[in-house]
Design a protein around this ligand. Structure first.
Ligand SMILES: Nc1ncnc2c1ncn2[C@@H]1O[C@H](COP(=O)(O)OP(=O)(O)OP(=O)(O)O)[C@@H](O)[C@H]1O
Length: 730
């Protein structure tokens, strides 16, 4: 027995109208709740008139919570309600989630799912937050494990207007004859929509294997693997939102840090969490993890491989113990007519002795000074008759305050910044000393050359700065007073405008001390590309954290997988691991993924690759040209693709040609076009992609073929390659 499917246009329109009525009711309620939050804030003000300290504290708490609630209600909820479950009578929960709408299944329940939970005046559930357990069947129910769901409906809206509905009938036997079933699933419809500048949330169409990973318990380490386009990034971001919902106290106060590979990527995904109503998550690229440093430039792969290697921690440890450039090679002082002095050997011995146990160099400056003074004092005792000698303390206080000694200490043991010490690596003689026996000759030359020509920091340098910060210790800084969010002027505690209230509510939720390191949860996306040195940097921010690690080893630009795994394991410690694998590629048309898959299979036949769900009937196009024709052909191809697709178009160039290729497109007028280097293409998605010189990308370092695999798997609809060499074609 199966329920009839009433998929005629009039039935569809009448179902859309029904849902619109419900959605209108939800927005009306949202308006009421906003107004009442505003009244609570006003109520907070009147408490101030009571004037007592207790009343003021209570007022602040009240204003804060009301402002925050209002902020949540005010987020721009595109498609606030996106799902409806029609449940069989036996699945009906106690009264907790009774919704006020007539069930489509007699005796059952209609349950609406949305971006936030709302109740009506009678406290009945109008909308269930997508993260609540009661919403789980929306994502998890299948025809074989229905979880009481008879029909699952997805609503597509624009603002407050319902545009369409799309149903999955999971239990035809339980569906009454009168139950309309519209369309054939929302997923495919969603996947064919144009790609915009920013990534979309997938909250309305999360698939079951993704939901498993999103709702995985917050303990230990959740590892999510999957090939290109399987939704790993989407899962990582929705998981951050889920954790905040599941344990807001813990994760909002401790903080959730989401790390992505590049700035381009971070800006691409930055809208997803706000669209889910979460604004307190800290989103950073690997070049922005260290406070007050932002690096976006990538090193050539061979240089990045050296900078990222664990061996650099030994090289830097040696650097951090070395004498500063221009450091004096002796200290002499005339004391009571006697010359007291330390030569270079003695000074080096003191430096080694003080630094050998491994303290932070900047923190033991006083200790080093003390040891120098000890030696000088002993000399004074030997050289002077007893009646002219002083005690150690008297001697030290006299010499230590002398101008010569202060000048000597400033030159011999200056407070060093990580940037200064990193700069020492540009001196080949120093670098050879630090790297002797650790790096190869070729690596040393490569590194020295990279630092000699360097004008700005690269992404890989940031992890080295963090390592040096650990070795040097930061000089003591005066702690900035944490600003009271309700203080609008010195000593005046008031919340004046709406904007102030919002800013204050957000500030309270997100304020962290500078160089905050105690995150409650860290999400690492594109984890396969985190170098060993970067794992050390990231690990320092999450000593007490639980983790979500998302990646695809087959896309790794990192050549030494074993070294990266060691560093990762050291960062994660013995925390319990739970692993999830995603198997469906939602991004690429099958014709595009087939090519990418053939390329990687040639190199690594044992890999398990995902299956692409959608076919477009359009095969990738390859242009083989002679070098002088490359720019014109690439431009022509890009202009054509811009005309063919509605969304964004990416031009992916070999890292070494990135600037040059960007120049070719200087005159092309389209805000839908973006030129990126092969490594920047990580995690990105475009409707159309032009890969320039694929053979050169495939030859980028030892992992070039994996980088090419990434480049070939960025397009949803059109893939064109333009190159002077087609030997890469499978
Ligand atoms: N359940 C879903 N419903 C709708 N769209 C989805 C779903 N899962 C993934 N997508 C879409 O598929 C595309 C790929 O997702 P995402 O970028 O998260 O994949 P990824 O695994 O991180 O890819 P890569 O490893 O190639 O960077 C995105 O456009 C995403 O919105």
């Amino acid at each position: 027995m199966s329920a009839p499917v009433h998929d005629s246009d009039s039935v569809r329109q009448s179902e859309i109208a029904n849902e619109q009525r419900y959605v209108d009711r939800v927005y009306t309620r949202l308006g009421e709740l906003r107004r009442s939050a505003a009244e609570v804030e006003k109520g907070g003000y009147s408490l101030a008139k009571a004037g007592t300290h207790g009343a003021l504290v209570e007022r602040d708490a009240m204003v804060f919570h009301a402002a925050r609630r209002r902020h949540a209600l005010d987020a721009e909820y595109e498609g606030l309600v996106f799902g409806r479950l029609d449940l069989a009578p036996e699945a009906r929960k106690s009264d907790e989630y009774t919704s006020p709408v007539e069930p489509a299944v007699p005796g059952g329940e209609a349950r609406y799912i949305g971006r936030l939970g709302l109740r009506d005046e009678a406290h009945e559930s109008l909308v269930v937050d997508w993260r609540a357990p009661a919403a789980a069947p929306f994502y998890r129910a299948t025809p074989t494990d229905r979880m009481g769901v008879v029909r699952r409906r997805t609503l597509r809206s624009s603002g407050e207007k319902v545009l369409d509905v799309s149903d999955d009938l999971l239990d035809p036997a339980a569906a009454p004859d009168t139950m309309p079933v519209i369309g054939d699933g929302a997923l495919l419809a969603t996947l064919t929509r144009a790609t915009g500048r920013g990534m979309r949330d997938i909250v309305a169409t999360i698939q079951r294997e993704q939901d498993d990973a999103i709702r995985s318990p917050a303990l230990g380490v959740t590892i999510v693997r999957g090939g290109p386009g399987t939704g790993k990034t989407a899962v990582a971001l929705h998981r951050a939102a889920y954790l905040l919902y599941a344990d807001r106290n813990r994760f909002e106060s401790g903080g959730v840090l989401v790390i992505g590979p590049s700035e381009v990527f971070v800006s691409y995904v930055s809208r997803v969490l706000p669209s889910l109503g979460e604004e307190t998550v800290t989103l950073r690229s690997l070049g922005q993890i260290v406070e007050r440093v932002t690096a976006t430039r990538q090193d050539p792969t061979e240089v990045a491989a050296v900078k990222g290697s664990l061996r650099m921690s030994k090289v830097l440890a040696r650097a951090a113990r070395d004498a500063a450039p221009g450091s004096p090679d002796r200290f002499r002082v005339l004391y009571r007519g006697q010359l007291l002095q330390l030569g270079r050997r003695a000074l080096d011995e003191v430096r080694h002795a003080v630094l050998a146990p491994g303290p932070k160099r900047n923190a033991v400056r006083a200790k080093a000074a003390g040891q120098v003074l000890d030696i000088l004092w002993r000399q004074s005792v030997e050289l002077l008759p007893a009646h002219r000698q002083q005690t150690r303390e008297e001697f030290a206080s006299e010499i230590a305050s002398s101008r010569e000694f202060i000048q000597f200490m400033n030159a011999w043991w200056p407070i060093l910044t990580p940037q200064q010490v990193l700069g020492w690596l540009a001196d080949p003689a120093r670098l050879r000393r630090y790297a002797d026996g650790i790096l190869s000759r070729v690596e040393i030359d490569r590194l020295a050359a990279a630092y000699q020509g360097a004008e700005e920091l690269t992404v890989a340098d940031v992890a080295l700065l963090d390592e040096l910060d650990e070795l040097l210790g930061s000089p003591a800084v005066r702690k900035r007073r944490r600003r009271d969010p309700f203080e609008v002027a010195e000593g005046v505690r008031e919340v004046t405008t709406y904007a102030d209230r919002m800013a204050a509510a957000r500030a309270v939720a997100t304020a962290r001390p500078e160089d905050y390191r105690d995150y409650a949860h860290i999400v690492v996306d594109e984890a396969q590309d985190v170098s060993p040195m970067q794992w050390r940097m990231v690990g320092r921010r999450g000593q007490y954290a639980s983790w979500t690690i998302v990646g695809d080893p087959a896309q790794a630009a990192w050549a030494d997988a074993a070294e990266a795994a060691r560093a990762r394991d050291a960062a994660l410690g013995s925390r319990r691991r739970s692993e999830y694998t995603l198997t469906t590629n939602y991004r690429n048309a099958a014709e595009i993924f087939d090519l990418a898959a053939a390329v990687i299979r040639n190199a690594e036949p044992q890999l398990e690759l995902p299956t692409a769900v959608r076919s477009s009937g359009i095969l990738p196009v390859h242009h083989l040209v002679v070098a002088p024709d490359l720019p014109a052909m690439a431009r022509e191809a890009a202009v054509e693709v811009v005309g063919e697709v509605a969304g964004t178009v990416g031009v992916i160039a070999p890292m070494a040609m990135q600037q040059e290729v960007a120049g070719w497109f200087a005159g092309v007028d389209s805000d839908r076009l973006q030129v990126v280097g092969s490594l920047e293409a990580k995690g990105m998605e475009y409707d159309g992609v032009i890969v320039v010189e694929p053979a050169a990308i495939g030859a980028e370092g030892r992992s070039g073929v994996r980088t090419l695999y990434v480049a070939l798997s960025r397009a949803t609809q059109r893939l064109v390659t333009v190159g002077t060499d087609n030997s890469w074609l499978p």
